[in-house]
Design a binder for this molecule. Structure first.
Ligand SMILES: *Cc1c(COP(=O)(O)O)cnc(C)c1O
Length: 219
C-alpha cells in the first residue's frame, strides 16, 4: 500500500457512497513510525497527520513543522489533563475529548489562548471498560455542557469500534448520535475498515499501517 493507493480507495468509496469528492479527510496516523517513512509521505505532499501520544509527537513534529508548510496535526489518542497545555501547543485538532474534567480545563486554556483546536468528542460505542470515550447514554448531556457551560465549539464525534466486532453498527450509531446533536464531523474508520466508515458517513478517516506499513511495536 501507499499514500496514493489509499487516496484512490478513499475517492472510490466516497463516490460509491454517492458523496461529493473531497467529503472525506485523510488523517495519516504516524505513531511509532520511523521518521523516514513520515518524511516520504510529507514529500509526497500529504499534510494531515495523526499521533496518539503527546510526548511522542513532541519529539518529531516541531522539526517537520519548521520544514513543511501547512501541516495539520491531530491528536487521536487519549489526553491526560496534565498534558493539555503541551497538546494545545502541538495539535490543530483533538479527537479524544471525553470527560467533564478535561472539557473544563480545555475551556479555561482556550479562553487564555484565544484559540481553540478542532474538537471531536470520543464515544465508547462498544462500552469497553479499557477504552477511552464517553458512554453513549452520557453523550447528549456532555455535549450540552461543553456548549452551554464551557462554550467549546465541538465539531464532531469519534469512535474506535471493538476489534472483534463488525464496525458498521458502531459507525451507524455514531452517525445517529452526531445527527441528533447537529454535528457534522465523524472521525471513524482505520486501515481495516475505512471504506465501511465512508459508506456510513465518515468525514475523517484515521489510517496508519495501510499507509506507512506495519508498526514496529504494538501500541
Ligand atoms: C493507531 C490508530 C489509528 C490507525 O490505525 P491503523 O489500523 O494502523 O490504521 C487510528 N485511530 C487511532 C485512535 C489510533 O490509535
Amino acid at each position: 500500500m501507499s499514500l496514493q493507493d489509499i487516496e484512490t480507495r478513499i475517492a472510490a468509496a466516497t463516490r460509491a457512497a454517492g458523496r461529493p469528492a473531497g467529503a472525506v479527510t485523510l488523517i495519516a496516523v504516524s505513531k511509532v513510525q520511523p521518521l523516514e517513512r513520515i518524511r516520504a509521505v510529507l514529500e509526497a505532499g500529504h499534510r494531515i497527520f495523526g499521533e496518539n501520544r503527546v510526548q511522542e509527537a513532541e519529539g518529531k513534529w516541531p522539526g517537520f513543522r519548521a520544514e513543511f508548510d501547512g501541516l495539520s496535526l491531530h491528536l487521536v489518542g487519549p489526553l491526560q489533563s496534565n498534558k493539555l497545555a503541551r497538546a494545545l501547543d502541538l495539535f490543530d485538532a483533538i479527537h479524544s475529548l471525553d470527560r467533564d474534567s478535561l472539557a473544563r480545563r480545555l475551556a479555561a486554556a482556550v479562553q487564555a489562548r484565544g484559540a481553540c483546536p478542532t474538537l471531536f468528542v470520543q464515544v465508547n460505542t462498544g462500552r469497553e471498560p479499557q477504552k477511552a470515550g464517553i458512554a453513549p447514554e452520557a453523550l447528549d448531556a456532555f455535549l450540552a455542557t461543553c456548549r452551554g457551560e464551557y462554550d467549546l465549539p465541538v465539531s464532531g464525534l469519534m469512535c474506535i469500534p471493538p476489534v472483534d466486532a463488525a464496525p458498521a453498527p458502531h459507525f451507524d450509531l455514531l452517525r445517529e448520535m452526531a445527527a441528533r446533536n447537529g454535528l457534522e464531523g465523524l472521525s471513524m474508520g482505520m486501515s481495516d475498515d475505512f471504506e465501511t466508515a465512508i459508506a456510513c458517513g465518515a468525514t475523517h478517516v484515521r489510517i496508519g499501517s495501510a499507509i506507512f506499513g506495519t508498526r514496529a511495536a504494538p501500541v
